[in-house]
Design a protein around this ligand. Structure first.
Ligand code: C2E
Ligand code: MG
Ligand code: MG
Ligand code: MG
Length: 304
């Protein structure tokens, strides 16, 4: 049967083309992972720090540490790209360990020196670190966090571990590790919430302190997305989670999340991720209390 034969050939041809594309992508990723491993050893990675602000008081309440890789001969590689390459193997645990040490060390230094919003007698800023699901499910996450806290001397209550919502459904060990981390005083934030199909009712049993509303709800023009953001904020508050709105760039977006009763926010409107040198000189009062005007850009513009 000629027709069937042709279809088969065509099918096989297609499969081969697909395989080639997949193979190229996989080897690109593997190549990047090797370069990233070497780059971490060689000190090519660094962290930037994006402020989180309380929308009522205007006070700097914390930072999120964001990894940067300036690859020699290539230039800056987007974090989602190199993080995905790292997640292909347990190397992502080594990377996570480095981020934990670097971020807690930097924050402990700021704290000791009274810099970066650390003012004696006032609430202290927290440091949030993104942890990949693979690392969270791995046994060594508990030691890695404990080691970073011990080495830096940072109180556990000032560390926030950020995980994406899919981690909660993927692996029971991840949940258990979160529970243990919280038992030791570390805070847990669910990152990019609303993108991962977690049902809102699942929040009731979730070992977390903070919920971060994904930027896609903030920068959308779709009224449906705005209503979802409102619902997510209400649900989070019902489960006694603090809510952080991610990716605030405009006054309109700020007004909307404020109207939702969202207490904290992060975004270019307040500050881009900053180099440690720029973060170090931030004032504690990041914006005027209940400001309605555009806040001044704090610190220096950063490379990120
Ligand atoms: P994320 O954890 O959701 O981090 C927030 C991202 O939004 C950052 O992108 C930040 O620069 C960006 N952002 C903040 N405010 C605004 C805004 O107003 N407008 C826009 N357009 N973007 C804003 P970045 O640094 O490119 O990181 C992307 C993602 O890569 C992160 O998303 C996080 O999932 C991952 N990532 C970054 N650093 C690390 C790390 O050290 N470890 C792990 N596992 N993942 C990391
Ligand atoms: Mg994050
Ligand atoms: Mg996020
Ligand atoms: Mg994200």
């Amino acid at each position: 049967d000629v027709a069937a034969y042709r279809a088969k050939r065509l099918g096989r041809g297609r499969a081969e083309i697909f395989d080639d594309g997949l193979r190229a992508e996989l080897s690109e990723r593997a190549e990047m992972e090797i370069a990233l491993r070497a780059g971490l050893e060689a000190g090519e990675l660094h962290l930037n720090y994006q402020p989180v602000v309380n929308l009522t008081t205007g006070v700097l309440v914390g930072f999120e540490a964001l990894a940067r890789w300036n690859r020699p001969g290539v230039g800056p590689v987007r974090p989602d790209i190199f993080i995905a390459a790292a997640e292909a193997s347990s190397f992502v645990c080594d990377l996570g360990r480095w981020v934990l040490h670097e971020a807690t060390d930097r924050t402990a230094r700021w704290r000791a020196a009274g810099q970066a919003g650390f003012v004696p007698g006032e609430n202290e800023p927290t440091i949030a670190v993104n942890i990949s699901g693979r690392h969270l499910a791995d046994n060594r996450i508990l030691d890695d966090v404990a080691d970073a806290l011990a080495a830096s001397g940072l109180p556990p209550t000032l560390l926030v571990v950020e995980i994406t919502e899919t981690v909660l459904t993927d692996d029971p060990r991840a949940r258990e590790h979160l529970r243990l981390l919280r038992e030791r005083g570390v805070q847990v934030a669910i990152d990019d919430f609303g993108t991962g199909f977690t049902s809102i009712s699942a929040l009731s049993g979730t070992p977390a302190d903070i919920l971060k509303i994904d930027r896609s709800f903030i920068d959308s023009d779709d009224i449906g997305h705005h209503q979802l953001a409102t619902l997510i904020t209400r649900a989070a508050q019902t489960f006694q989670l603090r809510v952080i709105a991610e990716g605030i760039e405009t006054q309109d977006q700020l007004a909307r999340v404020r109207a939702d009763g969202c207490e904290e926010a992060q975004g270019y409107l307040f500050s881009r991720p900053l180099t440690p040198e720029a973060a170090e000189i931030l004032p504690r009062q990041l914006i005027p209390p209940r400001a309605t005007g555009i806040p001044a850009q704090p610190g220096h513009p950063s490379r990120s």
